[in-house]
Design a protein around this ligand. Sequence first.
Ligand SMILES: [Zn+2]
Length: 252
Amino acid sequence: MNRFDDVTAHRQALAELGVDCQLEISVRSRTVGISVAPGGLITIRMPRCTEPRDLVEIVRRRMEWLARARVQQMASAPAHPVKRMVEGESYSLLGRNHRLRFVDLDDHSVRVRGNWLEVAREAPTTMAAEIIDWYKRCGREWLDQQLPRWALLLGVPFPHTRIEDLGTRWGHCDQNGIVRFHWALFQVPNSLVELVLAHELVHLTEPGHGARFQRTLARLIPDHHARFEALTVVGSRSWMGRVESSMPPSGI
Ligand SMILES: [Zn+2]
């Protein structure tokens, strides 16, 4: 590797711009090429001698196009991705992408450093379980911050909450007033998690989805229909914990 193959500075500059992408050096091309794959993964190919500041300038000029292309390609991604548990894979927390990186960790199994999600290298299913636990911890933190405000707005006492695997549901409020959230919910943007939280809190006083339920929810979240539509799209592309199996079939 010579100095032209080192893309650390380029990556850093793009991260500052908020662009999470796969960066490749192209020996042949003379211009910077940007593409967006189904699922929203951005790939940028650049000629060898591209300076970081020039790259940032080129990407900055195409930000509007990039945002549009990304939304389109995210919507066309195969539903519920199966993760490969490889470095560079994207994991979203409240709508913000983090890329997987393997590191030596003593006291944590998962931690966030900038745009990286750092994980101790283990078997894929073990790493997936660690990441799911991390989503649960982040979800707990988010709930502890948000729940008081929303409960006050609604005038309901703080319910007991749990974060677990709810299958195909994002949230659930049972007859005992225990409110549950799917750990996978905490991948989607803040405004969409709020929608699920508000929805379940309204259920503390309104069991069904009738007119009173709709009125109360609309008072809390006037654009709840739009948020619901967004949640349907974004949520259907969220990771639900499935991992690609690299084990050969056992034949038993
Ligand atoms: Zn409901």
